[in-house]
Design a protein around this ligand. Sequence first.
Ligand SMILES: N[C@@H](CCC(=O)N[C@@H](CS)C(=O)NCC(=O)O)C(=O)O
Length: 272
Amino acid sequence: MPKNEQVTLFLWLPGLFPRRVSYWLLIKGLVSSPHDLLDGTTTDPNLSIVRLNLHMTPTGSIVWESNPENDPLPTEISTSSPCLRIRDTETGNERWVRESSSIIAHLEEVYADRGPALKSKDLLDIAATNDLVGQINLSVIESLTYIRHASPQFAAFSGIKEEERSQAAARLGHQCMVKGFLKVQDWAGDSLATTGWLTPGTDGPGLVDANLAAVRRYLELVYGWNIFEKEELKPLAEWYERFKGLSWWGALEERPNVHPPELKFTIEKFEV
Ligand SMILES: N[C@@H](CCC(=O)N[C@@H](CS)C(=O)NCC(=O)O)C(=O)O
């Protein structure tokens, strides 16, 4: 990274999408432990973490409280976390990256010479990585359609009235999500067979792995939902068990109170 750049991550640590960044930071060694991550401490003085706390207003909109307080996420830039700010310390000029998958892909370029590679250098592997990340993000949208209709609390949060919730919409979302994950499983078949990981051309877990593991873990924590429960997704279920074997997993993801109890929701069980 150029000497005059200060890079800041705005992270709501319990969230789904910021979790992708947390996993990336831990695999890369840019935070040295889950304890340091929760504390907002990185191993590079040019990289800072602003931790966000979520507050819901009575009208249901989200307000972020930042730690440190004097560095809030500007709402004219984004209302969502994660967010990445790159500030030129000489000119004060700022640029922003706003999407979790783009943020970790960008940081992986910036920190290409540090820690393990989470992305291949081979151009075709990179294209395949982009295919996989894109497909994961499409499947996440389908999973959101499912829970918008299957979870009374998430429906209410999304502005869907109880009588408007639809089993057909939930079922379709679920089916499309499974179809999408089957594509991921198929497209990652070679790397799963050779390295056990989803990211093409890396030795260990990479960008694709961080992007998907965060989704699997968050939906389990909030809804008690295993998104790979269908028998046909067994290779992904086995991959996730492998991911849980990473050295930092237990200290981060199995610590007491890992998820705020007020953000645990239910899913109505019906045949999907
Ligand atoms: N597509 C975005 C989604 C980010 C997102 O929705 N983040 C949630 C927290 S996990 C959020 O900030 N929601 C509040 C909002 O969008 O205003 C990404 O991949 O980063």
